[in-house]
Design a protein. Sequence first.
Length: 329
Amino acid sequence: MPSMNEFGNNLYTGKTSFPFVGRRRLWFIIAIILVVGSALVPLIRPIQFSIEFTGGSQFTVAAPDSTDQQIATDAVKSVVPESATKVVVVNGSDIRVQTDQMTADETQQVTAALADAYGVDTAEVTSSFIGPAWGESVTRQSLWGLAIFLALTFLILAIYFRTWKMSAAAILGLLDVLVITVGVYALAGFEISPAAVIGFLTILAYSLYDTTVVFDKIRENTTEDGEKSARLFGESVNLAVNQTLVRSINTSVVAALPVGAILFIGSLWLGAETLTDISLSIFVGILVATYSTLFVAAPLYSLFRENEPQIRERDARIREARQRATVEA
């Protein structure tokens, strides 16, 4: 069995090669299935938005003797029977209750009901209110942030790589990452909060970094050899992806391990709920970003360029030369 160093060397020289470009139709079908499946998840399990987006009232019961969430639900229903209520345990000891928007009088009654139900003083129950206008503002700013990020990404990549086709492939790869990550997020039943949005933008930046490194190697392989290259354009792209494969895997593993530790140990085991939103989005996004760069963005770029007249003519000459060599042999 070859060592990791030997395996990496074989990938770099082309002795070992995975068909990222050669079997791109299969990868595109899988990508389409994943994207469509992720887009359909909200129809089965609607995306939950945090109170920062929807607006509403929030109550926190500090360190009650019991963390039974049903007690809080019953207490709220006793005051406002029709109110939608979400109860979670935060920091392993506190109870957080989120409800629809309430009046000042209802807020006081719910505060008293929660204090009585959990056997604590009313001073131990804090309440806050987020209006719908503020939630609308957060949503609008999040969407603007995403739009500006994608627009700047397209422009900068087009300038750096001197072709809009690399930008287009990279942006489609980023959208693939975003849709699948949001789909997994919704399937897991986690709320989309401002922290989650920050996480989404973070993993898009990570995906962009990974894609840029791979595309830089693709540019090197497809331009430095020029007309002297004996490889088809798609083969040069595939070689570049294989040459950076080990780096992509190592970077993903190194990045995913600490985030995974935060998610599974800090958030799920120790109950640090404030870390859950951002750690889950980053953890899933890192894994999806690596897949997207290798199986979506790079093959897409090859597809975009192969029909250019100059490249098509050069590829035709290479195929013809190979056929002649086969016949002569």
